[in-house]
Design a protein around this ligand. Sequence first.
Ligand code: SAH
Ligand code: SF4
Length: 386
Amino acid sequence: MTLVNLLDFDLAGLQAEFEQLGEKPFRATQVFRWIHQRGQTDFNQMSDLARTLRERLFEVAEVRGLPALSERESSDGTVKWLFDVGAGNAIETVFIPEDDRGTLCVSSQAGCAVGCPFCSTGHQGFSRNLTTAEIVAQLHYAEHRLRQLLKLPQGTRAITNVVMMGMGEPLQNYSAVLPALRVMLDDHAYGLSRRRVTVSTSGVVPMIDRLGSDLPVALAVSLHAPDDTLRDELVPLNRKYPLRELLAACHRYLASAPRDFVTFEYCMLDGVNDSDAHARALVDLVMTGADGHPLSCKFNLIPFNPFPASGLIRSPRERVLAFARALQDAGLVATIRKTRGDDIDAACGQLAGEVQDRTHVVSRRRAIPIVAAAQTLAVSQAGGIP
Ligand code: SAH
Ligand code: SF4
């Protein structure tokens, strides 16, 4: 008999499972807290459960995380894990510590079907959707591993923010992503506020609306181009949901969003989308994007992380600065994303080569023994992650 993986459920789902076992909802809450708050995966260690319930759980259920293939830590404290999701597929999860937060970048699919030419996940093609359990397992593993590595006092959280900006298009895997988001937000689990959980999308318009009504969290939209002709090339999904429809969806989303702006990600590609004319077109687009009205937004300019198969080049630093200034001079908020974890290839879209060619991964990777990683982390995070 296949065991039910309890990482697959949000609290309501787990309560429904327990009901089928003839157990009260509060028992599900207890187990949910053990799993997510305490990181416990062994029913025998869940000391406040009746022995009969523990025995029953052993018969029908398990808490099955993802096997970590590697753990690598950057000199700047960024940690990247590679998880095995079977059939030769691996996914990445990245932790980015900052002074006032600890952000986990989570994957939603093995590969991606959208096929953006500047993204190595896109080049890899689509393998499959991750399950809710596989999405939640990334957070479960990272949170409890980091508490250990950073020697955090009981009850202190390592991860304060989650961004769905790893591999895959989260809004093309909505039915698995939604319960996973609920687990992230649940006070009996990770207790993150809706402002601190961000879904990043290439623009799946109907699903932006669904998210807005089901569970409005912070929204980031990968824009990358100011007009449909260029965006059709850079984000092929634009052919289905062109800019006018996308911006209208962003406008509708703001009615329920936890933040009063949408973040637009814009990957800076040398000679492709980074001229002053592109910046001016972008200003025009967002100033009139919401049915002739300005759309409340912030720009996050991402220096392109090059990989050979893309044939693309990162915009020079001065160009990125000039582009940011052009947006700012027009009254828009524009920041430039710091590149983090460069020495471990932890930046966006850097993993696909390794995933495609797993047989050579070990020889190419600077593997860090887990103990050494713990020491480096403890030193680099002496102040602790709030
Ligand atoms: N599929 C979703 C979320 C995952 S990609 C989306 O596209 O939004 C997360 C972010 O990384 C997106 O903004 C994406 O455009 C960006 N990205 C992907 N490959 C990149 C690269 N090589 N360099 C810089 N940014 C990249
Ligand atoms: Fe998919 Fe996002 Fe990469 Fe585009 S940028 S291919 S949508 S993961």
